[in-house]
Ligand binder design. Structure first.
Ligand SMILES: Cc1cc2nc3c(=O)[nH]c(=O)nc-3n(C[C@H](O)[C@H](O)[C@H](O)COP(=O)(O)O)c2cc1C
Length: 219
């Protein structure tokens, strides 16, 4: 994506305004394995609290498996049509493995050991509350999914993030244990020629931007 320090902001902003939720995918064009791996590498660039990196992705490419997964997405036809579906999961026990997760960063000298140790202690305390662990997993994985959607757009790929899921059916279809929270399903493929969905109109700044306090927001 980045072609140089000067180019990065422009290209990222272009991707933000050009990304759109796909309504169709070209059923005749697959995604090559290096692109798949590259998309996931970009998704992993997302930030996360205490650098827990809750995200895990299950790549579903087999046509039959996608058809079965489509059932878990309440029959959304895009799941069977897209050549690649990435199911984004959040690790509800990421905090338990945090020392190990942080080790390469500490060894590289990008994080001092004392800070890492403090993060491990703080995370253990904070996320022993199941709701807090779940909220954080949702946040982290959502950020990773956004990175994934932008990376896909940058590559000229079409994407659709879906969360209207039958979670039990999805768990059964992909053997997802209780440790992992299904957060979203991302259908990916090449755009169907001639199908050009446009990004929907956003709420205006008058509604979304507030200076200094939230008191003007309706209660
Ligand atoms: C977290 C999330 C969940 C979504 N779930 C669904 C879904 O289940 N079905 C669907 O058709 N679209 C889903 N979408 C797509 C949204 O409807 C879409 O992003 C929104 O209408 C704005 O359109 P745009 O992405 O084309 O700008 C989801 C998007 C997000 C970010």
């Amino acid at each position: 994506m980045a072609k140089g320090p000067g180019a990065l902001p422009m290209e990222t902003l272009d991707c933000l305004s050009a990304r759109v939720t796909a309504t169709r995918f070209d059923p005749d064009r697959g995604i090559d394995q290096e692109d798949l791996r590259d998309l996931v590498r970009h998704a992993c660039r997302a930030p996360s609290a205490f650098h827990q990196q809750h995200w895990r992705f299950v790549a579903v490419q087999d046509a039959e498996a996608r058809a079965a997964l489509g059932e878990a997405a309440h029959g959304d036809p895009r799941v069977a049509e897209a050549p690649l579906v990435l199911v984004a999961l959040g690790d509800l026990r990421a905090y338990e493995d945090l020392a190990e997760t942080l080790r390469p960063t500490v060894e590289k000298g990008e994080l001092d050991r004392a800070t890492a140790d403090r993060w491990v202690r703080q995370a253990a305390k904070e996320y022993s509350q199941p709701q807090a662990a779940r909220d954080e997993a949702q946040r982290s994985v959502s950020m990773a999914v956004m990175c994934l959607l932008l990376a896909a757009r940058d590559k000229g790929l079409a994407s659709a993030c879906l969360t209207n899921l039958d979670v039990d059916a999805l768990r059964a279809a992909l053997a997802v244990s209780e440790r992992y929270l299904p957060v979203a399903l991302v259908a990916l493929g090449h755009p169907l020629p001639g199908d050009t969905p446009r990004q929907k109109v956003r709420l205006g700044l008058g509604t979304v931007l507030h200076e200094g306090s939230a008191e003007a927001l309706p209660g």
